[in-house]
Design a protein around this ligand. Structure first.
Ligand code: GUN
Length: 284
């Protein structure tokens, strides 16, 4: 029986936010008030919570934020017009369009309209291409948070087998790229993967981002592995559960993130870090 070390995202995010206050102070002293603008279209319940958390974290660090709410039925032209206005507004350093968007709006079109230098989510093709080719870019917030948790715990990546479950543009693909850049051998699994457990059991580092409650249990985890659970699922009883069955992995995983309190707060901390970088770069 291994004793599993908890990767406490709440604690690390708090420490990182404290550190960011000096960056905010330098910017402010130079006459630049860092600001993040968030665009929220429609009434998606989870999105409302995420946006509220982002605004609260900005306030705590001293970053200004504005939320632009558009109705569920808002047209694509209205959204693109707003993004254009924010692109041209020098007071705005970061722009985030909360996903998912209503079905009648093409997400890629909206993301592609954001000025790459203000794309603090790192979703614009300019930033995606820069990430894949190892050039400076805005790294997507959740993948950046995953890497920060692993680094903070001192988990070695070079030469290790990292298995990513999930192939989304927001998490799976970019986190796989970051792990690859750090010298891990990376496997990307997904809903069509045959015998998933046979692959996850080889993982020294296992990152799960599929959006299915408790789909990875202890029998699918290699003893001593670092298990990062990106999932956050609402159960029928109202409780939150990750994509990993936390209880059954305790004593098997060497490191494991709780849900909530693991990756979630790290995503928000990385968003603020990216906004500060955008503000700093706007002055160069
Ligand atoms: N929806 C779920 N995660 C994210 C994220 O990281 N950024 C945005 N914009 N929307 C999301």
């Amino acid at each position: 029986m291994t004793s599993s070390t908890l990767l406490d995202g709440n604690q690390l995010a708090k420490t990182l936010r404290e550190g960011m206050k000096t960056r905010v102070a330098s910017l402010t002293a130079a006459g630049c008030n860092p600001r993040l603008d968030v665009v929220l279209v429609g009434e998606d319940a989870a999105s409302q919570v995420y946006v509220r958390n982002k605004v609260r974290a900005c306030a705590e660090v001293g970053v200004a934020s504005e939320v632009h709410r558009l109705a569920q039925g808002a047209g694509e032209a209205e959204l693109l017009g707003l993004i254009d206005r924010l692109n041209r507004d020098e007071r705005v350093h970061g722009i985030l369009v909360q996903l998912p968007l209503p079905n009648h709006i093409a997400s890629q079109k909206a993301i592609g309209a954001i000025a790459p230098g203000k794309d603090v989510d790192g979703f614009h093709l300019h930033n995606v291409g820069a990430l894949v080719t190892g050039q400076p870019c805005f790294v997507p917030c959740t993948p950046a948070g995953v890497m920060a948790l692993l680094d903070h715990a001192g988990v070695k990546l070079e030469g290790k087998h990292a298995v990513v479950v999930g192939r989304s543009n927001i998490v799976g693909k970019p986190v796989a790229m970051l792990l690859l850049q750090r010298g891990a051998t990376v496997s990307i699994c997904h809903s069509k993967t045959a015998d998933l457990g046979a692959i996850t059991r080889q993982a020294d580092v296992l990152v799960v981002a599929v959006g299915k409650a408790r789909m990875i249990d202890g029998s699918m985890v290699k003893p001593g592995a670092a298990v990062i659970d990106v999932g956050i699922n609402r159960l029928a009883d109202g409780k939150l559960a990750g994509d990993v069955d936390f209880q059954s992995c305790l004593g098997i995983a060497g490191y494991i993130t709780p849900v909530p309190g693991g990756v979630g707060p790290m995503t928000v901390a990385m968003l603020i870090a990216n906004t500060l970088s955008a503000a700093e770069q706007s002055r160069k």
